[in-house]
Design a protein around this ligand. Sequence first.
Ligand code: IMP
Length: 430
Amino acid sequence: MANVVVVGAQWGDEGKGKIVDWLSERADVIARFQGGHNAGHTLVIDGKVYKLNALPSGVVRGGKLSVIGNGVVLDPWHLVSEIAKIREQGVTITPETLMIAENTALIMPYHGELDRAREAQVAVGKIGTTGRGIGPCYEDKVGRRVIRVADLADQATLELRVDRALVHHNALRAGLGLEAVDRDALIAALNAIAAEILQYAAPVWKVMNELRRAGKRILFEGAQGSLLDIDFGTYPYVTSSNVIAGQAATGVGLGPNAIDFVLGIVKAYTTRVGEGPFPTELHDADGERLGTRGHEFGTVTGRKRRCGWFDAALVRQTCAISGINGIALTKLDVLDGFETIKICTGYMLDGQALDYLPTAADQQARCTPVYEEIEGWSESTEGARSWADLPGAAIKYVRRVEELIGCPVAMLSTSPERDDTILVTDPFED
Ligand code: IMP
């Protein structure tokens, strides 16, 4: 039995939802291992649209165990409302179908306020965060002052944790011109949802190891994309967690040998929400066209996504860092009708050719993309279910992408419909 990790191989929004749903039908356990409700996962099942933020995509399918691992930062109030909304759509969520690691860090209202205040106050260097408190919560986790799920079960511990956190936060808030946190109101608010959250709390590391030994199929559901990784992304314009495949094991309490196949989700062109370098970004009619045809608006913040040509150098880099075994190439149909299509194969930096994006911000800013032009196709690829349905030029494009990134296509997705997929390799069977 194979355990599969799904990660975004660009800046997020690669179309993970559909692929994760397709795989989750074949899995027994679906686990989130990083990020939080900054993620927006849209699933379309039998014409019904489900929008998930913190909940693993498996919750909408019966008979699966969904797991929120310790690598996640969890806003308990948002989770409660997300569960309520998804229940209204007829989905059953019980402690038998949802499990939250006891050592998961909790996002408090002051994390979101700090996130938004910082973004509002800096004149230059805004990150363009989702404003949901993700970064400040991870900071507190590393700073050893976060409140964790297990702390909700004991009043004395909870109060101690809150007091420790507020020493830090009230000092920061004073500097930012924010009111001090009302300690008693916060403790009361936490007590009000403690029972609801604690019913799902479990030693996830133990359960996951048992499930693995029992031969259950585990799907690790990544959020965001590798170029937003805290270490390997375009720092500081990144999210605050490790989003690459190596985090999947750490983020639920399994060893790295639990991972059998890493599937990277790759969009046939590139998009990015928020600030930061983007070498192949287009500011012309081609960029507008990609955005319009690809419906490129953020699901969490509604922001218009920046669009550009496919950057093979960056995806080659993320394939290496995540150990991607195969990619799922999505949204090829958005390229239908372009006379010529460009692929970035590397960069020029101060007269030197580079086959990767350097780390230093000033060098990244001076890198200019080196493009290869590929002939486009006029036919529609939307809804193709076999290679024979694709125009020759589209197949050539896919093959060139494979060559340049050094990784084979395992799946090709040709529309949001789940059956509009060409399967080359089933990651669970590989
Ligand atoms: P944060 O994760 O809210 O701190 O935001 C940091 C950066 O990551 C910003 O550029 C966000 O736009 C980006 N980001 C966070 N979550 C997602 C996501 O799920 N998809 C795409 N971009 C994201």
